[in-house]
Design a protein around this ligand. Structure first.
Ligand SMILES: Nc1ncnc2c1ncn2[C@@H]1O[C@H](COP(=O)(O)OP(=O)(O)OP(=O)(O)O)[C@@H](O)[C@H]1O
Ligand SMILES: [Mg+2]
Length: 306
């Protein structure tokens, strides 16, 4: 759990990333996605709980942490010092780890001409800068790379290039990725499994295709319906109703209840348990949607307490 004063930014989040897997984290602004990345990096202390990378607990920013976890931020300038040449920023993790620098190979791996290593960040395009930031994140061949909205600051054609690059990198199968985004289409394209965060809590997780094709949680369903895609073109997307309540220690009932059009008395007074099957679960009192129902307009009540 991560607490900022009275706000529980993350609460009861339990996630596992298998070797070679790409896990997507989706959810609205403020739901705790970046906080989760900071926790995994050891930049954000936990009030309770623990993070393990390769079986070893992460406790603060330990020296050598970069060897375990690489990080790509939304803004490439967060990874690249504007006063340093690209080659120096990319080489820095290896230099600090006492390794022989392999900048040329790293730049080639991310599709950058090695001659660009002699430029400063402002002399590159936005997409080239993000490629350089990815090269730096890969420098120590970490087992896990976190990408927090890596394409959000780029224009559309640059976004496509960076997504293709990530797709190629993940095909090599050596590294696990956590891809954080509120762009559902790219999460669907890039990831094997997905976790949906709502106010600091995972409300649904499962194989990506299963979650997108048959969402079990009303929030996931509303997110998908509100996301433009080939399937939804021509339909008016129903927005997620209401405002997200601040997670100010709301510990009773379902966090999503105030916005959920399917809420029932039980949702207000009892926190939902995980329900589902075959590694696809949701924290909802109801199984959603009823097979054969249209766009999840009916629910199967599974809780006899209702
Ligand atoms: N340093 C901080 N102090 C207090 N509250 C914080 C701090 N950092 C984050 N928060 C709060 O924690 C919650 C989660 O923030 P976080 O940045 O993880 O969201 P996010 O899902 O990454 O959002 P976005 O999509 O906008 O990047 C928010 O309510 C935010 O206001
Ligand atoms: Mg964020």
């Amino acid at each position: 759990m991560v607490a900022f004063g009275r706000t529980r930014a993350l609460d009861g989040v339990s996630l596992r990333v298998e070797p070679g897997e790409t896990l997507g984290i989706v959810g609205e602004s403020g739901c705790g996605k970046t906080t989760l990345a900071r926790v995994v990096l050891g930049l954000q202390p936990l009030a309770s709980g623990e993070v393990r990378v390769d079986g070893r607990p992460v406790k603060g920013v330990a020296r050598g942490q970069a060897a375990q976890v690489g990080m790509v931020w939304q803004d490439p300038f967060a990874s690249l010092d504007p006063r340093w040449k690209i080659r120096d920023s990319v080489a820095e993790p290896q230099r600090l780890a006492g390794q022989v620098s392999s900048v040329e190979g790293l730049l080639s791996q991310v599709g950058l001409d090695p001659s660009l290593g002699d430029r400063y960040p402002h002399e590159l395009s936005g997409g080239q800068r993000q490629r350089a930031a990815i090269a730096r994140a890969l420098a120590l061949r970490p087992g896990l790379v976190l990408l927090d909205e890596p394409t959000a600051a780029l224009d559309l054609s640059m976004q496509a290039q960076i997504l293709n690059l990530i797709s190629e990198l993940r095909r090599s199968g050596e590294t696990s990725f956590v891809f954080i985004s509120h762009d559902l289409a790219t999460v669907r394209y890039l990831t094997n499994r997905v976790a949906v965060l709502y106010l600091g809590k995972v409300v649904e997780s499962g194989p990506t295709e299963a979650v997108f094709a048959h969402p079990k949680h009303p929030y996931t369903s509303a997110l998908i319906a509100a996301s433009p895609s080939i399937e939804t073109i021509g339909k008016l997307p129903p927005p997620v109703q209401g405002e997200a309540l601040l997670a100010e220690n709301k510990t009773i009932g379902c966090r999503y209840a105030s916005r959920c059009q399917f809420r029932d008395a039980v949702c207000e007074r009892q926190e939902p348990e995980w329900r589902g099957e075959q590694s696809h679960f949701a924290a909802c009192h109801f199984v959603f949607p009823l097979p054969g129902s249209e766009d999840g307009k009916s629910l199967t009540k599974t809780n006899s307490d209702v």
